[in-house]
Design a protein around this ligand. Sequence first.
Ligand SMILES: [Zn+2]
Length: 154
Amino acid sequence: MRRRYRRPSGSRPTAPAQGSTEALRTQVRDDIATVERETGWRYDTDLSVASGTKVGGYPGWTQVPDWPVCGCGARLEHLLTVATWEFSRGDEKRWIPLEDRAAMAGWGFAAPDDHPWRRIQNPAGLTLGDAGGIYLFVCSACPERPFDHRFDCS
Ligand SMILES: [Zn+2]
């Protein structure tokens, strides 16, 4: 069964704040708090960046973001993430494939070593600096498509 998010009644996004960056920041923070309170979904773990290995989207940085910049001055675009883990504690509510959720019952770091959650979390058996990732970026503004990478770990 596919889980769908339905906007709770009364939680409508407000028009963007006019004026200062701080006013916009406050509005975004307030809107996120409203959604979290009304739905139980947490922005950081459930609603923002998908965990795990992926093509496109946004990097799920383990550390502080470190976007590479091209020689042309453009920020490189995220192309690919290779991650140690497909999910972390806290984001398992959202980012575990539906077909794997039944096998997650009883999961946790205290679970036996042969519990299926360990295979679901790290199907490739990778260890990238502990629980980190490798991020590939490309500049689509330059015809020769220069690229760069970043690596981070916990
Ligand atoms: Zn460029």
